[in-house]
Ligand binder design. Structure first.
Ligand SMILES: [Zn+2]
Length: 109
């Protein structure tokens, strides 16, 4: 009598369906976490600016954490369109004007 093939449990099928990229813990930005992300998988999130449903892919996360050395607790909050809009509005790095800096320290210059 042939043994019936056992069906793999659902959690195993789901893990195979989801694309997981194992993390290179040594490449991540320095952190004191006991539980750094050990793998990356596609993550759904809602853009804080326009509310669009967006996908932060496993590949993008790997780049962010291991190449750009993003803080391991940081996560995507804006869609690509909103990030580009924000980047254009301050032309790269956010900068404050000379007047704003003087106002902050409370003296005219
Ligand atoms: Zn957006």
């Amino acid at each position: 009598m042939a043994k019936r093939q056992r069906k793999p449990p659902r959690y195993q099928l789901e893990a195979e369906l989801k694309k997981r990229i194992p993390a290179n813990l040594k490449a991540q930005a320095k952190n004191n976490s006991y539980s750094p992300p050990e793998y990356y998988e596609d993550l759904r999130f809602q853009c804080v600016d326009c509310g669009a449903d967006e996908l932060w892919t496993a590949e993008q996360q790997q780049w962010w954490y291991e190449v750009a050395k993003g803080p391991i607790f940081s996560t995507a909050i804006r869609c690509l369109a909103c990030r580009e809009k924000l980047r254009d509005s301050h032309q790269g790095t956010p900068r404050r004007t000379h007047a704003e800096r003087c106002r902050d320290v409370g003296k005219a210059d």
